[in-house]
Design a protein around this ligand. Structure first.
Ligand SMILES: Cc1ncc(COP(=O)(O)O)c(C=O)c1O
Length: 457
């Protein structure tokens, strides 16, 4: 059996897949501050209409524009590898595969949607995009995509990651993007946060507020905001990952996986790999599908499914999702891209429908897994991705105990070559696990108890 499988450019899917069309329980609408459903017009100050239509579409498939495909071909199709060396080291009968999204120019899955979003903004006459970034992967992906399509780009980077990962900023600047630490003095939200706590590590919620604020306050209307995860259209653009994987597994002679795994911050790489398999599960296939989150930011395993805003100051609509409460500031773990209080509404609804089995893992176990992976397969994965690796190792060892030859597929969402400080701290013994007391979560959730409840269905 070969150890990696490519596709030709002709075999790259021509359509994205929308899980929303197949979920057994329909998605709940986004709500405005008055509790009424948000109309497309209300989202226009933030996003162009073509992306709003994708956000709300009920179509099962959406055509990928040729111009987007031609940029994606720079690294797509991405390879599907068989992790033979890891299997051997674990002594497992399981067959482990990983879809390698680290081969993109920015080093992660994020350019899959960055290119699409930059394209749809460009054809709507938009000249500048603002965004937030956690680990810096999304900010670099959007800077890369804006360079491809000739747009300006400004990135608010969560302060803790800004300090931990200075070279991400250089990457963004190399592609022509502007990158500043959030909270920043450039926005009302940022100034307010800095006044409250000048040493705050920041959070994705604050950075989103700042980026949206800048977009909606541009009097020319030529600036819009782009989000790297959470929203339906982002999940849609990422499904190219799973659609390619299905074809590659077939070429390996495998009709279906037993276990599909991805780390989940806002949910996009997990959704991208898994949603085509969730569809198969809805249609009767027996597949365990696992989104993995940090134990210190346990949105799905410790939070609650309710209406909450996606940012700190209510710039986004209310979304029915798993949340820890929008002003939750997660502990400063190294997986910056997983430090988000909410979860994609599509992923959340799939959890509620019993289609997914979320897990939470502490960072020390994740780094240990990442070290094993680096010394067997060779790739130094991003700290976010290490959560998927740790869960994969758990599942492979379980298969060993059970003596089962399971097929496990996981999403290698990005490399960690810009994240070596985390590895350095791990090897020096300077990293700790942060257990979050349930009372703290409850305290935080109590602050959103007056938001509209999700209807019983
Ligand atoms: C490499 C990598 N993986 C995963 C994530 C988590 O995001 P998402 O859940 O949207 O895939 C990030 C976010 O920054 C990332 O950089």
């Amino acid at each position: 059996m070969p150890i990696k499988m490519y596709l030709s450019e002709d075999e790259v899917p021509r359509k994205w897949y929308n899980l929303g069309a197949d979920l057994p329980t329909p998605m709940l609408p986004y709500l405005g501050p008055d509790g009424n459903p948000v109309t497309p017009e209300m989202m226009m100050p933030i996003f162009p209409m073509n992306l709003i239509e994708q956000e709300m579409t009920q179509e099962r498939e959406v055509e990928i524009p040729q111009e987007v495909l031609e940029i994606l071909y720079k690294w797509r199709p991405s390879p599907l590898h068989r992790a033979v060396a890891l299997e051997k080291a674990l002594g497992t009968p399981a067959k482990i595969f990983y879809k390698n999204e680290s081969v993109s120019p920015a080093g992660s899955h994020k350019p899959n949607t960055a290119v699409a979003q930059a394209y749809y903004n460009k054809i709507s006459g938009i000249e500048k995009l603002t965004t937030e970034t956690g680990a810096g992967q999304w900010g670099s992906a959007l800077s890369f995509a804006c360079a491809q399509l000739g747009l300006e780009c400004k990135v608010y980077m969560v302060r803790i990651s800004f300090d931990q990962k200075p070279f991400r900023k250089v990457m963004m600047q190399t592609w022509g993007g502007q990158c500043i630490a959030s909270p920043s003095p450039d926005t009302v939200t940022g100034r307010r946060m800095l006044e409250m706590d000048p040493d705050t590590p920041g959070s994705l919620g604050i950075a989103i507020s700042e980026a949206v604020e800048e977009a909606v306050s541009d009097p020319t209307g030529k600036t819009k905001y782009a989000l790297g995860s959470v929203l339906n259209h982002v999940m849609l653009h990422q499904t190219i990952i799973g659609l390619e994987t299905k074809q590659q597994l077939k070429k390996f002679g495998i009709s279906k996986p037993d276990v599909v795994i991805g780390c989940a911050g806002g949910g996009s790489n997990f959704a991208g790999l898994s949603f085509p398999f969730v569809r198969d599960k809805i249609n009767g296939d027996d597949i365990e599908i696992i989104p993995v989150e940090p134990a210190s930011c346990p949105t799905m395993t410790g939070g609650t499914f309710t209406y909450d805003i996606g940012d700190m100051s209510g710039m986004t609509p209310l979304m029915a999702m798993h949340t820890l409460g929008h002003d939750f500031i997660p502990p400063p773990i190294h997986a910056g891209g997983l430090r988000y209080h909410g979860m994609s509404p599509l992923v959340s609804q799939a959890v509620i429908s019993g289609l997914l089995s979320p897990r939470a893992i502490h960072q020390l176990e994740c780094y240990k897994a990442a070290m094993t992976f680096a010394r067997t397969e060779g790739i130094i994965v991003a700290p976010e991705t290490s959560h998927a690796v740790a869960s994969t190792i758990q599942e492979a060892l379980k298969a060993k105990e059970e003596g089962k030859e399971k097929v496990i597929v996981f999403s290698l969402s990005g490399h960690g070559l810009m994240d070596l400080k985390g590895y350095q701290a791990y090897m020096a013994g300077d990293l700790f696990d942060y257990a979050l007391p349930p009372e703290q979560i409850q305290e935080n959730l109590a602050k959103i108890k007056d938001f509209p409840p999700v209807p019983k269905r």
